[in-house]
Design a protein around this ligand. Structure first.
Ligand code: SF4
Length: 385
């Protein structure tokens, strides 16, 4: 009996570093693109033992900007994954969901047609903002028009499952300007929309300019209040357009929820390949090195951290990740996983938040009410043991 497995492949290259980005990504230096693809394929091949017990259900190629690579490289990586996981087991290798993250300005018809032929059935084409001034502020390489072109090309090439990312919480952004971005994104009816609040990370050019600690209390309150109103408006508009908010930051048309991300929120098994890629297998978490030199020298065995969670940590993680989703916590699954009744473990938190209507308990599930979703972080904090 094979267990389900999700695979994440990290591509750490971008055309240019964005002003707010603290991901493991950078413009490639000469020779790095090839060296990295070779290392990645070596790591995949050397992970063949996983194929004895696991069956790949979803694949997500993220970054960075995976679409920076020529499509022949993408095919090379996917073929390696296929031969590694197919040869070791009976049956076919067909992931249900195979997503590639793309940036507008790095796509063309040939690339997209090659993706389609390689079995890629979902794209994530980041918009971030439909306001070119905001895009410039963020340091993105594309304009709204570039994104439009990419969306049209992707549709033309037959992609019918597309996510787009949008960033809220930009300093100076208003409910009106954000609604404009949202409506411009909706013209192309992406099946899935992720709305992320900007986090101003230390060490980024953005931090120098908009360090939250340098703002007055009044400015900070105004910023946070605007972000809250943006979220309320987003819920309203997207629900009018037929999207369901199935996770704090994620909205989808019926049946188009990200299967890959659901695995993270449900604490399923996932295997990460590439620099800094994280894995979670049979309750053990580990992550690869984020050093290019270390990774390419020994791609398999470049694990820098390994962590086995305590029972309390596992229960906490399971509860607060599930609360991020509209499905919430399954009381039965919690018992099956930990042999404990969730009401015994979280008596006070459940009573407190169901008592004020922020949590609902129904049909064996505990989940956030609509109001509760807006303060999900506060609720989740009470589920940490
Ligand atoms: S494209 Fe994404 S990963 Fe690359 S620098 Fe910009 S935010 Fe970071």
């Amino acid at each position: 009996m094979y267990k389900d497995l999700s695979v994440y492949i990290h591509i750490p290259f971008c055309v240019k570093k964005c002003n707010y980005c603290d991901f493991v990504s950078a413009p490639p230096k000469p020779g790095q693109l090839k060296a990295y693809a070779d290392a990645l394929c070596e790591e995949i091949k050397l992970s063949a033992a996983y194929a004895d017990n696991f069956n790949i259900k979803t694949v997500f190629i993220g970054g960075g900007t995976p679409s920076l690579y020529d499509s022949s490289v993408m095919v090379y990586i996917l073929d390696t994954l296929k031969s590694t996981f197919e040869n070791r087991r009976r049956g076919s290798y067909i992931p249900e969901e195979l997503t590639v993250e793309c940036n507008p300005g790095t796509l063309d018809k040939i690339k997209l047609s090659d993706y389609k032929r390689a079995g890629i059935n979902r794209l994530s084409i980041g918009l971030q903002s439909a306001d070119d001034k905001e895009l410039k502020l963020l340091g993105r390489i594309h304009t709204y028009e570039d994104w439009e072109k990419s969306m049209k090309l992707a549709r033309m090439c037959g992609f019918d499952n597309i996510n787009t990312d949008i960033i809220s919480g930009l300093f100076g952004q208003t409910v009106g300007s954000f609604e404009d971005t949202l409506k411009k994104a909706l013209i192309y009816s992406p099946e899935h929309i992720s709305v992320y609040s900007l986090i101003v990370e230390e060490g980024t050019p953005f931090y120098e300019k908009y360090n939250p600690e340098s703002l007055s209390g009044e400015e900070l309150d105004k910023w946070e209040e605007e972000d809250r109103l943006i979220y309320e408006m987003t819920n309203k508009v997207l629900s009018e357009y037929g999207y369901e908010r199935y996770e704090i930051s994620n909205y989808a048309k019926k049946g188009c929820e990200s299967r890959h991300n659901m695995v993270y929120w449900r604490r399923g098994d996932y295997l990460g390949f590439g620099m800094s890629a994280a894995s979670f297998i049979d309750g053990v978490r580990f992550a690869n090195t984020d050093s290019f030199g270390e990774y390419t020298a020994a791609p398999y065995g470049s694990v820098k951290e390994k962590e086995t969670l305590t029972l309390d940590e596992e229960m906490s993680e399971s509860a607060f990740l599930a609360l991020r989703t509209s499905y919430g916590i399954s009381c039965g699954k919690f018992y099956d996983d930990f042999g404990k009744d969730i009401h015994d473990i979280y008596k006070d938190a459940i009573e407190k938040w169901t008592g004020n209507g922020m949590l609902i308990e129904k049909d064996g599930r505990i989940f956030c009410s609509e109001k509760g979703f807006n303060i999900c972080n506060m609720i989740m904090a009470d589920f940490i043991l």
